[in-house]
Design a protein around this ligand. Structure first.
Ligand code: NAD
Ligand code: SF4
Length: 441
């Protein structure tokens, strides 16, 4: 059984409210942290090995240490709660059921970074959650854990919740900052990184909800103890939102030592695939990471089991960058059609492109058009090569990672499931009435 750090109290009735959270030991990590120096806390976070839980897996302690500290310029902590990656809903769960864990993590982080005004930027579609967060903020303030002179330390901290307008691109940290400043959410060129020039050109740390929540157990048990959980550079626990063709969709906390097979088939997690169907493929880290066929998913190229962690999921030559991504684990059974699935994703990325870069603005549209054509049985063999060519021209040629995120799923689908694309071309009539999966298994 995986160790639980974040969700250990999630089942307790009323844990959303300050009184119950406090009874369970809530805010003791904050009390401990406020007696430490910011440098000591930063050291604990570095030692913990915590990697950003939004998707990129960038070491949190390192990001914090990059924060510029020019004399007399305010600094900010901004929590990225614009969780919009298809298949990802772990931050929603945390905010809905454990809002005080986030607020406590923000208090410790704001104190460490020297942010007197911190923000939560939350996705517009999570319309019921800002009220939960604002209530928790008020409760924490009434108990002296936010506001002026917190616990007599002289440290002041206010937290504000800002609702997004429903654009996926605002989850990209610089687009988020633009939006928070009241402008259209267009990504900025990096560098400069937000740690140097962020919100209103002030040094800013942008961290994911889960990353900030993880600061609480790190302070609680110490960074060294946190680092003992997990394996290699995949320390601590990770929330995974599991969905698709599984018996038990939901949010699970894992310690990154379990295998992918165990995660999919064990009753503790996904509980297997409905109706005893075979596993076809999986997208292990949200829609931006490449699709992986079952044979590579359950075993590595060396025949070793594949584990649910950053290193193991990225190994095998089929990935560009991290495969753990945002922890949005999407399972496809044998009946699913990869072409249709890829077309749906292409439509999404085309719709969400902000339009600043030509390769992304035009390329996502072309990929969607061609995939639609192939899926409907109206494609030619050359279209598959054209699709491959377009995705290659997008990758690495855009301002923000949305371009790559649109290109990678298409590349991986063609690389691993070219036979399905060819089946659609060769069977135009069948592909209008059947999907590849149902017709071939
Ligand atoms: P990134 O690798 O560019 O950056 C990661 C973080 O490290 C950023 O905060 C960046 O500012 C910081 N950083 C990197 N180098 C730095 C340096 N030299 N100095 C200072 N700071 C530095 O990745 P990203 O654009 O932040 O995120 C991409 C990931 O987001 C994708 O892999 C995808 O999985 C994920 N994603 C998640 C969601 C979601 O809903 N959770 C949605 C879309 C995408
Ligand atoms: Fe906008 Fe796409 Fe360019 Fe990102 S890659 S800045 S979403 S056009």
């Amino acid at each position: 059984m995986s160790k639980k750090l974040l969700l250990k109290d999630a089942h307790i009735e009323g844990i959303r409210y300050f009184e119950t959270y406090r009874k369970q030991g809530g805010y003791t990590a904050a009390e401990k942290a406020l007696k430490m120096t910011p440098e000591e806390i930063l050291e604990e976070v570095k030692v913990s090995g915590l990697r950003g839980r939004g998707g990129a897996g960038f070491p949190t302690g390192m990001k914090w240490s990059f924060l510029a500290k020019p004399e007399g310029v305010p600094r900010h902590l901004v929590v990225n709660a614009d969780e919009s990656e298809p298949g990802t809903f772990k931050d929603r769960y945390l905010m809905e059921f454990l809002p005080h864990l986030l607020i406590e993590g923000m208090l410790i982080s704001s104190y460490t970074l020297g942010s007197n005004v911190s923000y939560i930027y939350i996705r517009g579609e999570y319309s019921w959650i800002p009220d939960i967060l604002e209530e928790a903020i008020e409760e924490a303030k009434a108990a002296g854990f936010l506001g002026k002179n917190i616990l007599g330390t002289g440290f002041d901290c206010e937290i504000y919740v800002q609702r997004g307008g429903g654009a996926y691109i605002c989850g990209e940290e610089t687009a988020l900052l633009e939006s928070l400043e009241g402008k259209r959410g267009n990504p900025r060129l990096k560098p400069p990184f937000p740690a140097v020039k962020g919100l209103w050109e002030r040094p800013t740390v942008v961290n994911n909800v889960e990353s900030i929540a993880a600061i609480v157990p790190i302070i609680d048990i110490t960074g060294a103890e946190y680092a003992k959980i997990g394996v290699g550079r995949s320390t601590g626990t990770k929330l995974i939102s599991a969905c698709g063709n599984i018996n038990k969709p939901g949010v699970y906390e894992i310690d990154m030592t379990i295998t992918v097979e165990e995660f999919i088939y064990s009753d503790e997690y996904c509980g297997g695939i409905p109706n005893g169907k075979k596993l076809k493929a999986c997208i292990p880290g949200g829609s931006s990471v490449p699709i992986v066929p079952a044979n590579l998913l359950l075993k590595t190229v060396n025949g070793e089991p594949r584990y649910m962690n950053y290193e193991s999921l990225a190994d095998g030559g089929f990935a560009t960058g991290t495969m753990m991504g945002s922890g949005g684990f999407i399972v496809l059974d044998e009946d699913q059609c990869v072409v249709e699935h890829t077309m749906t994703l292409a439509r999404f990325y085309h719709h969400e492109s902000c339009g600043q870069c030509t390769p992304c603005r035009e390329g996502t549209g072309w990929m969607h058009k061609i995939l639609k054509k192939i899926e409907k049985g109206e494609g030619k063999m050359e279209d598959i090569d054209l699709l491959w060519d377009i995705q290659r021209k997008i990758e690495g040629n855009t301002i923000c990672p949305l371009g790559d995120a649109a290109a990678w799923p298409v590349a991986a689908a063609i690389r691993h499931f070219r036979d399905e694309f060819e089946w659609h071309v060769k069977n135009p009539e069948l592909s209008q009435t059947q999907n590849y999966g149902l017709a071939n298994y």
